[in-house]
Ligand binder design. Sequence first.
Ligand code: ADP
Ligand code: ZN
Length: 735
Amino acid sequence: MKTKARILLKDIFGYDEFRPFQEDIIHSVLEKNDTLAIMPTGGGKSICYQIPATIFDGLTLVISPLISLMKDQVDQLKEYKIPAVMLNSSLGLEEYHENFSLVKNGWAKLLYLAPESLIKNDIVNLLSSLKIDCIAIDEAHCISEWGHDFRPEYRQLADFRARFPGAACIATTATATERVRKDISASLRFRDPKIYIASFNRSNLLFQVTPKQHTFIQLMEFLKKFPGQSGIIYCFSRNGVDDIARRLKSYGYSVLPYHAGLQDSDRKINQELFIRDEVQIVVATIAFGMGIHKSNIRFVVHYDLPKSLESYYQETGRAGRDGLMAHCLLLYSYSDVRKIKYFIDQKEDPKDRASAETHLRALINYAENNSCRRVPLLEYFGEKYGNAHCGMCDNCLTPPSFKDDITKEARMFLSCIKRVNEKFGMTHIVDVLRGSESQKITGFGHHKISTYGIGRDYSKKQWMHIARQFIRNGLVIQDEDNYGILKITESGYEAMLGKIQIKGAFIEDKPDAYDGKDNGESGYDSGLFEILRKERKRLADEGGVPPYVVFSDKTLAEMAAYYPHHRSTMLDMHGVGINKYDTYGEIFIKLITDHCKSRGICEKIKQGITKRKTGQIYKYKKIGDLYNEGLSISEIMKTEGTKLQTILAHLYDYILNGYAIKPDGLAPYMTLQAGDEKIIMEAFDKTGTERMRPFYDLFEGKIDYATLNVYRLKFLCGQGNDDITPRTAPRHCPG
Ligand code: ADP
Ligand code: ZN
């Protein structure tokens, strides 16, 4: 069973390896256990019931809370040519009836339903007439009142599933809290459930926290790194959303707003345009995101502080579902913290207040932490992060430096803030310290105060760098709502009076080390990537599906790195399964070969294929296809790094598996005299080709195994026309 799942993973989905727990979960479902699968967003939960669904004889029901989620999955499954339909209120009457009969007549392997449909008469009757092998409950935390998305209709699922005792039941969620987990299991009346909890670490997400300064300019600087790429900007309020969206638009960005204040239809349109890559950026409140499965979101910016670390994790989790790197930036300011504190203080119940304060502290702890960001983030979910250094957060990439004593500078800076009565921003303070003669300074009479000109030893840039560290370690607060004026905190006063020592760095060591982080396949051909991306968009529009459903960014990045020219090498690309190949493979190969031809670029073989666990199963297929596509045996030996004997053995397997090969490529290795050849061919005819030892002995070891194998292939080629029929027609069919 396990092997079957692996074969399906590669053949249908085009993936080489299972992610942690996927295979165990699939196995558990196939054994009809009650199964609870807890994995982060993008962790790959759907495959855990989709693969069993294709193996079971009967139907798999998938209960999902949102129509958009159902539609997304059904679209994807259609691309994989897995028979799946949904029945819900979004369908027209005709389509509903059509889907209904596709389920009734046994065509559909998966049926997606909303929980409220389960009590509808037609559905009840339909289901009672069918063999149901599996019930998958997606977003299972909706069953729990402790979760963030309680849906009363989920409560009836326990009774519902009890009506199908022969069906496996799998509940999936990305909610990690113990309480919700237990509640799911109890509410569904699971008996001895198998529970799988994957790590919540999303290693492809780069986390960065930057103190707000000129926030909008910081945002624009950040966006420069993502020309044309999809991303979300989260803001605290609807007004904030409208404002940022409008300003970005005025700078020519492709951007739309999304919040609960918009009309339903506008929200729907804006979301759809984003999903279809028609619009690059969505500026949104937290209303946006649930039900978005777009896999190529390359960045998530929090323009304002999120509600809690849990919501931060969820919101950033929408980035990088395809496994390629995605960048999560939190723009942090203490005045945002104050805003939240204000809301907390309004709460009447002291218990609520205390709990909200705990949440806020965890968030502050994350944002003000000087070491790896993943440690507090994962700790929040009860997970200990093993590495102290992830290499994918700002603190790991550019560790804050504490090598210099900046106490004296802190005292100068803080005194200066005090002298101007805490009414000015950072640039002004630095100008005063550096003795600027600008009109603004003289206008306020700040050239007369005692700190004027005492900081001339440092350049303006250096001072700004030093001053930012004072914000970071909490000596001053920058009031974003009030022109960014600086205020001294309690510890700031202590520093000003020389009571504490301040460590930091005079000079910025490595500005923006993350700029250089490569995205996935390092050094992929960005020109080709663009060509492929355009084609993907065209095909997606033609098929009425989102582009990422055709191929993910990761798949395109691999194509643009390895330039596959053939069916076999195209099938090596991440996310290219057999059925997707049939639909799109040749179109993409044509674009790639055209691109390569004019530039003299050759195809590169993806390394590591042979080492894969599933590799051996397909290796013969790959070798056979390459051979049939006209590569000589010696060329295959070179590109695959394999010995002659191994290639011959693979070709033998290829034939045994029902494929044909053309004999021409064997000619260079046919070295026997005509007489010997005749003897050996007759012997094959008499005794079969399974065992080679008798033939080796027949010639007393004078003919080596490789040569014997070559003649065995020739023998089978000769027979080919009668009893070996190719299963698929290779692109260059043997003559
Ligand atoms: P979620 O857990 O959020 O429901 P999905 O099931 O949508 O996640 O999977 C997220 C993405 O990861 C999808 O594009 C899916 O095809 C991909 N994926 C799932 N399993 C694997 C795997 N074993 N190897 C590579 N990609 C995978
Ligand atoms: Zn880190």
